[in-house]
Design a protein around this ligand. Sequence first.
Ligand SMILES: Cc1cc2nc3c(=O)[nH]c(=O)nc-3n(C[C@H](O)[C@H](O)[C@H](O)COP(=O)(O)O)c2cc1C
Ligand code: SF4
Length: 465
Amino acid sequence: MADDLTLDHDDPAAFVAGSVPGRPAGAAASYESGDSPRWTPHAIADVQAKAQLGRYQVRGFSTFQRNLPTLDDLVFVPATMTRLPLEGYREDCDTRTVLGDRPGLVENPIELDTPVYIASMSFGALSATAKAALGHGASRVGSMTCTGEGGMLEDEREASDVLVYQMTPSRYMLDLDHLRRADAIEIAVGQGAKPGTGGLLLGMKVSQRVADMRTLPVEVDQRSTVRHPDFLGADDLRVKIEELREAVDYRVPIFAKMGATRPRYDVAIAAKAGVDVIVLDGMEGGTNAAPELLLDHTGIPTIAAIRAAREALEDCGMADEVKLVVAGGIRGGVDAAKALALGADAVMIGTAALIAMGCNSPCFVEDYEAMGTAPGRCHHCHTGLCPVGIQTQDPELEARLDVDAAAERVARFLTATTMEISLLAKACGKSSVHNLEPEDLRALTLEAAAFTGVDLAGIDRPFDW
Ligand SMILES: Cc1cc2nc3c(=O)[nH]c(=O)nc-3n(C[C@H](O)[C@H](O)[C@H](O)COP(=O)(O)O)c2cc1C
Ligand code: SF4
C-alpha cells in the first residue's frame, strides 16, 4: 500500500520525499489524475452533461475530432530539374474557373476569376448583414456565393454578381421566381458536418423574419427534413433535374451538394442522374448547429473523399463533363491548392470566409466571456449570441457588422487565397491552377498516401496495397 509506505517513517526503505512536488513518496504515478486514456476528464464531463440534460449536445463551428488525417499530411514538390517552374513575378498563371460547361444543357455556365467561392450558408444561420457582406465581397473579386437553406434574400441577390440558389429537402421558401433569378441551382442532399440529417436552426435564431420566410413558429427549434419529397433515388433525381432544367429554360447549371460518406458511389449516382457540378463536403465542414456526435463521428475527411470522387467520375466516363467542387475544412490557398491537385475543379469555403469577415475577432470580448468562451476559441454559433453580428438574428448584435468593411475583408481574403494557389502552381511549373495534379504532391505518411494515391515522400511510389 503506497500510503503505508509514505507514512511508515520507521521503514528504512521509505523515501524521505517524493520527486514530484505534492505527491507523497511511494504514491502511484497516477496519484493526481487517473490518466485513463478512455475516461478522460472530457469523457467524464460528457457523461455528466448527458446525465443532467437527458439529450445529446448541439453546437456550431466544425468537428473537434483530433484523429483526422488532413491535407497537412501532403506537401508540394515544386519544379527543380525534371520540371521548369514559372517565373513567380513575371509569368501568369490562369485562375479562371468554369463550372457547368455543358453545351446543349447549360446556356450560361458559371465563369469565375478564382477557383474559390463562398459556401451555401443560410439566412437564419447567418444574419442578413453577413449574407450581404459575403455577396459584395465575392463579387469584388469575381467569385460567387450561395443562398443556403431558407430562401434568397433580396439584398443577397443584389450584392452577388453570381449566386447559387439552394434547394433543400425542407423546401423552405422554395420560389420559382427566385429559382429563375439564380445563376445556378444546388440540390442539397447532405452536408459534411451532419450527413444523414437535415438542417438545424435553434429557436434563438428563429426570428420573426426567419420564421416568416420558412413558415415556422417564432423561436422554436427548426429541424429540417432530410429526404427530398420529390425524389427517392437516381431515377427520380434524373426526372427532377430535367424538370429544373425546363423551369430555368436550360440556362443555368444544376449542382448536387452532398456530405462525404460513400463518395465513390454517391458521386457516380449524381453524375449519372445528370447534374453538372458535384459539391462534396468532407466531415470537417462547418455548420451553424449540429449534434456534436455527428460533427465528430460521421462522414469521412476531405483528404480521403477527393480521390474517391475523382475516380468515380472517371469510372463512369464523366470526368470531362461533370465538375467537382470540394469543401470541408479548407483554411486558405494551401489547402485549396492541394484539393485542386488531388482532383477538385474548384473549392468552396464557409468557416474561413466567416473568420475573414470577423468571426472570432477580439472585439466585444465581454460578450464572448459571457458565453464561456474567448476570441480565437469561439464555436458558439448555435446560440444566436454571436458577439460580432455574423451568426445572429438579434438586431443589436447584427448592427455590429459593418457590411462594407466585412465585404472588403472577404474580398482580400479571397484575393490572398487565390494568390497562394497560383504561387504554388507557378512553383510547380503550371500556367493554370487547374493543371495542378497528384504528381505535384508527396505524402508524408503512409496513411495520406493510401487515402490519396499520392507518392510517398522520398520513396516516389504510391502506397502499394
Ligand atoms: C454558418 C453556416 C451555415 C451553413 N448553412 C448551410 C446550409 O444552409 N445549407 C448547406 O448545404 N450547408 C450549409 N453549411 C455548410 C457549408 O455550405 C459548407 O458545406 C461548409 O461550411 C464547408 O466547410 P468549411 O466551413 O470548413 O469551409 C453551413 C455552414 C456554416 C458555417
Ligand atoms: S464569433 Fe460568431 S460566427 Fe464566430 S464562432 Fe463565435 S458565434 Fe460563431
